[in-house]
Ligand binder design. Structure first.
Ligand code: SF4
Length: 738
């Protein structure tokens, strides 16, 4: 039996795993006791990874050969890799020649590895000259990115998992960590048991399993978070709980914020949020006066039309009370996907550049162009996820390349996404699983490797870079995502810049060497940046294990205790810095953090008489995204066996509904049919549906009669004006007995 250390491919906790295999077949998986994210533990999803890799259902659902559809709605037929990539290069080159570089778009994934992400970003921005590359991380973390940058000056989560052990107050907002980040939640439970004095506040519209462990539960109305945070600050100011010395020494903009929150009186806030003044006051007191307060937050803040404001308003509380830059304190966004962080690091979004550089900054563009060996990088921001599919639906984007993500299920407002995929003249889908709904729209299907087969790196929520390693060879003709992108790019550059040296000199025939070459180029791009990892190497990750950034090279080119050149010694505060801003200096022009004054805004689509329910969405404990992997394993349906709409029993009684009755759930965009279930964890006038169920489980129609499936038939594509992250967490719906 062989053992291979790798990383779980599901959530952003980033647990280490040890894969057991025969060398050709995966036979088992267990937690890696040496990995600092999980110390050997795995949740239900992680501990069944080997079964999802080898179940007969999985083997039937893998894409194993390149396939081409001569016509839409026809069967896809096998084609050679060379023919597939040549066709793709011809079609993209033709579209670019006819309509310009912005007529093509790439939609990639927070489940790609950093190396995959890096090549796709360079392909779009460096070779083609378009910033039309975005990712499903836009649906996940872009509000957290914008919130950090607006207040702290850089997209760098300042805290780490170890802070859970030092916190005296945990403020968990918009996160059901018990289900979405189970191994981190185990750490919270342990810390609580060790430190019974720790206070836990949970703010969430639903009384989730996470809320079940709270000392104080705030069942706020959907979308009222900014009002809650501004109200807490109002009370902190009134009671003298803010740290005026810290504010004066390390921040700017407090006077404007102070003026803004004057109106956020306890009575007004309590009424808007649907909580009591006493509970609001207790939350403000515990947050401000504890020795160390750590906020943990996720999609409840991010997936919102005011997502940036929610993130910034929470960070304001940390700055106002100096609950940052010390053990156990700070704002800590939990990453939804396994490598949303890595994607942000390489700048793989429509508005970012490599190593946290900004598109709008001419010097940053010049630095990236010099690194890549191209004349320039376009300054015009690309289309973000929602904008990209809208542009394709409008005929503006004509060729789409989709890798490792399933927009035909996961994007909001499915009717528009389907119009986009149908109208686009050429759609390439690079995927491991033929069951992804988006495959049905592809002109070209390219088989990709997946967990257990891939090599590269990922970065988890606490800025920790881990190696992903292959235990078995690629099945069929599947290839690595970065290698597919390189082989396409090399054919495309022969058409766009013939006779010039390749921009993609990575040996695709040697997976380890090729991926490491890509990573080394990414590493060089970070030199001197806030996320500097020039002190890291794959060799160091091999010997010293996963490391946090920043990790700059030793100024004197020293050798560390493990014998690796250029890395600062372990224990040095600059070697994998666990928490940031301990010195009160922030990565802004003047070194000070900035308060951001955001007034509360209601949800994009408040409930009203025709659509009287607030629909919120979220994860189940044992399923992942669109279930292409977890849905192949019967035992993962033991927790929740089928889709349902959760509703408060009083709302059901008023509508003469019993649990199990089928109901039509209808928004302005579409309608689905689903059984209703009584659920007292919800407030009145609120309903909840899990995000995972696709067309095999749920049928529906759009408002214009197209067949749709899943909860995103209902959700809105309204997005935050700053982060462009759509409001997947709230839509107004009506519920009628079917
Ligand atoms: Fe995987 Fe997340 Fe579970 Fe860890 S907590 S085993 S990363 S799904």
């Amino acid at each position: 039996m062989q053992e291979t250390k790798s990383t779980c491919p599901y959530c952003g906790v980033g647990c280490g795993v040890i894969i057991e295999s025969t060398g050709t077949q995966i036979t088992g998986v267990r937690g890696d006791p040496t990995h600092p994210a999980n110390f050997g533990r795995l949740c239900t999803k992680g501990s069944t990874l080997h079964l999802t890799a080898t179940s007969p259902v999985t083997l039937q659902t893998r894409l194993l050969h390149p396939l081409q559809r001569a016509q839409r709605n026809e069967a896809a037929l096998p084609v050679t890799w060379d023919a597939a990539l040549t066709l793709a290069a011809d079609r993209f080159a033709h579209t670019i020649a006819q309509h310009g570089p912005d007529a093509v778009g790439f939609y990639v994934s927070g489940q790609l590895l950093t190396e995959d992400y890096y090549v796709f970003n360079k392909l779009a921005k460096g070779l083609i000259g378009t910033n039309n590359i975005d990712t499903n991380s836009r649906l996940c973390m872009s509000s957290a990115v914008a919130g950090y940058k607006q207040t702290l000056g850089a997209d760098a989560p300042p805290a780490c998992y170890d802070d859970v052990n030092h916190a005296q107050c945990l403020f968990i907002v918009g996160s059901n960590a018990a289900w979405a980040h189970p191994i981190l939640f185990r750490r919270i439970e342990d810390a609580r048991a060790t430190n019974p004095g720790m206070k836990v506040i949970v703010a969430d519209p639903r009384r989730t399993d996470t809320a079940g462990m709270a000392d104080l539960f705030l069942p706020i109305q959907p979308g009222s978070d900014v009002m809650l945070f501004n109200g807490m600050l109002h009370i902190m100011l009134w009671e003298g709980w803010v740290d005026t010395a810290y504010i004066a020494a390390h921040t700017t903009g407090f006077d404007e914020l102070k003026a803004l929150v004057r109106d956020a009186t306890p009575e007004r806030v309590a009424q808007t949020c649907g909580i009591s003044v006493a509970d609001l006051t207790t939350a403000a007191k515990w947050f401000a006066t504890s020795k160390a307060t750590l906020s943990l937050y996720c999609q409840g803040l991010n997936q919102s039309s005011s997502g940036t404001a929610k993130n910034a308003a929470l960070i304001n509380l940390h700055l106002a009370t100096a609950q940052i830059g010390k053990p156990g304190a700070g704002p800590f966004s939990l990453t939804g996907q396994p490598n949303a962080m890595g994607g942000r690091e390489v700048g793989g979004l429509a508005n970012l550049l490599s190593a946290h550089r900004d598109l709008a900054n001419p010097q940053h563009r010049a630095e990236v162009a010099a690194l890549w060996g191209v004349a320039d990088v376009p300054s015009k921001p690309g289309k973000t996820a929602v904008e990209m599919f809208q542009a394709a639906a409008d005929g503006e984007i004509k060729a789409l390349w989709i890798a490792c993500t399933n927009p035909a299920q996961s994007m909001p407002d499915q009717a528009t996404v389907r119009r986009a995929l149908q109208r686009a003249e050429f759609v390439v889908v690079q995927e491991a699983f033929a069951t992804a709904a988006t495959c049905a729209f592809a002109d070209l299907l390219l088989p990709a490797t997946t967990w257990g087969e891939k090599t590269g790196t990922v970065t988890n929520s606490e800025r920790r870079i881990s190696r992903v390693r292959p235990a078995v060879p690629a099945p069929g003709e599947a290839r690595h995502d970065w290698a597919i992108a390189v082989q396409f790019a090399q054919r495309l550059e022969a058409r766009l810049r013939p006779g010039r040296p390749t921009l993609f000199p990575y040996p695709t025939e040697h997976a380890e060497q090729g991926a490491e070459t890509v990573w080394n180029e990414h590493r060089e791009s970070t030199r001197g940046r806030d996320l500097d990892i020039t002190g890291l190497s794959w060799d160091l990750l091999e010997h010293a294990g996963p490391q946090q950034w920043p990790c700059p090279a030793h100024p004197a080119g020293g050798v560390n205790a493990d014998g690796n050149a250029n890395a600062l010694p372990p224990g040095n505060r600059d070697f994998g810095k666990a928490r940031l801003y301990e010195d009160g200096v922030f990565p802004t022009a003047d070194g000070r953090a900035r308060f951001a004054a955001h007034a509360w805004q209601p949800t994009a689509e408040p409930r009203e008489s025709r659509y009287p329910f607030s629909l919120t969405t979220g994860r189940l404990r044992d399923q992942w995204h669109g279930m292409t992997r977890t849905g192949t394993l019967g035992r993962l349906f033991g927790h929740v066996a089928e889709p349902s709409l959760q509703m408060h029993p009083q709302d059901m009684e008023r509508r003469k509904l019993a649990s199990g009755d089928l109901v039509h759930v209808t928004s302005k965009r579409g309608s689905i049919v689903v059984p209703v279930q009584a659920d007292t964890t919800l407030g009145l006038s609120q309903v909840f549906m899990a995000m995972h169920w696709g067309s095999e489980f749920l049928s529906g129609v759009s408002s214009t009669g197209e067949r749709l499936a899943g909860v995103n038939a209902l959700t809105t594509s309204a997005f935050c004006p700053t982060s462009k992250q759509p409001e997947l967490k709230h839509a107004a719906v009506k519920v009628l007995k079917a």
